[in-house]
Design a protein around this ligand. Structure first.
Ligand code: GYE
Length: 306
């Protein structure tokens, strides 16, 4: 630890950066790839990682952050499961002199001095890309285009923003009708369950927008069990582009995927080193992403790492 500054419980000052990282959980393929990226790049950067899995519960993340504070880590990074309710614990970290980096997801704290930087995707842009694809895909359809939406976990930045971006493109166009929109918590199981309910309640669904691949993959099972063809009878657009999603896209069961990169580890470690060294870092670091059609997925799949 470098943060040994005289305290009784301080570790030895061996110059090695210690990072406490509180992860959301292991809810999706994206998350698994993200965890691996963080762990691998910490090792490569020579940063000692204290990794904690919150199992999708905010209270567990708050506990983990408090533990990191009491352990006097050099830096804390975390991916907040929901946007709200972090001010108190972030203030505790700040008062202890421990810098915080937001990874992947944002918090809605008005006080921007509670964290040093935020690295991750622009989720509103992702939702916009999904909406624009839908608009083009159904350009020649008479309408109405009946849509359903599987949201991420309630209160999470990517759930709020992906919904907003999509609605900003299609929401004011009367041709596009959102029949139902419910949380599927970013998991396959819940995606399947909620899609079953959507199918029971709505005879005529033209399009499913799922906030991640895993919920889309769960929904595909529900659609097939209902005797319909995913990608044909019901078109599907998702976000992430993890391997299983890309495979379903190449197989024609998903129609379009908006990429969201989980490989945040290398940049996170670079930022952490700078922050601990007292250097200034940009307050927002955006990830670069693309989109995939079925043909593009076929081409990209052989080299897809996650
Ligand atoms: O899209 C989803 C995961 O926060 C961007 O969380 C991340 C999202 C990702 O569970 O698959």
């Amino acid at each position: 630890s470098r943060n040994s500054g005289g305290g009784a419980a301080a570790g030895k000052d061996d110059g090695k950066i210690v990072m406490g990282f509180s992860q959301v959980g292991a809810e999706s393929g994206w998350r698994t790839a993200n965890t691996k990226s963080v762990q691998d790049s910490a090792r490569e950067a020579g940063i000692e990682l204290k990794f904690s899995d919150a199992q999708q519960k905010q209270e567990n993340q708050i506990k983990a952050i408090r533990t990191f504070i009491s352990q006097k880590v050099d830096i804390i990074a975390f991916s907040p499961v929901v946007e709200s309710g972090w001010d108190t614990v972030l203030k505790e970290a700040k008062d202890a002199g421990i810098p915080v980096i937001l990874t992947d997801r944002a918090v809605d704290s008005p006080d921007k001095t509670l964290y040093k930087t935020f690295i991750g995707s622009d989720f509103v842009v992702e939702g916009t890309k999904a909406g624009e694809w839908v608009k083009k895909e159904f350009a020649s359809a008479a309408g109405p285009v009946n849509m359903v939406e599987l949201q991420g976990n309630t209160g999470a930045a990517p759930a709020i923003d992906r919904k907003e971006g999509f609605a900003s493109v299609l929401g004011s166009d009367p041709k596009f009708k959102m029949l139902a929109s419910q949380p599927g918590d970013f998991t396959r199981v819940k995606g399947k369950e909620v899609m079953e309910a959507f199918l029971r309640a709505n005879k005529d669904i033209d399009l499913l927008y799922a906030h991640n691949d895993d919920m889309g993959l769960g929904a595909i099972e529900a659609i097939e069990a209902a005797g319909k063809k995913p990608g044909v009878d019901i078109k599907i657009v998702t976000v992430d582009a993890v391997k299983d999603g890309m495979q379903a896209l190449a197989d024609g069961k998903i129609n379009f995927i908006v990429e969201c990169s989980p490989l945040l580890g290398p940049q996170l470690m670079e930022l952490a080193k700078k922050v601990v060294a007292g250097e200034t870092v940009p307050e927002r670091v955006l990830t670069e992403e693309t989109t995939f059609t079925q043909e593009q997925a076929k081409a990209a799949l052989p080299d897809r790492k996650y």
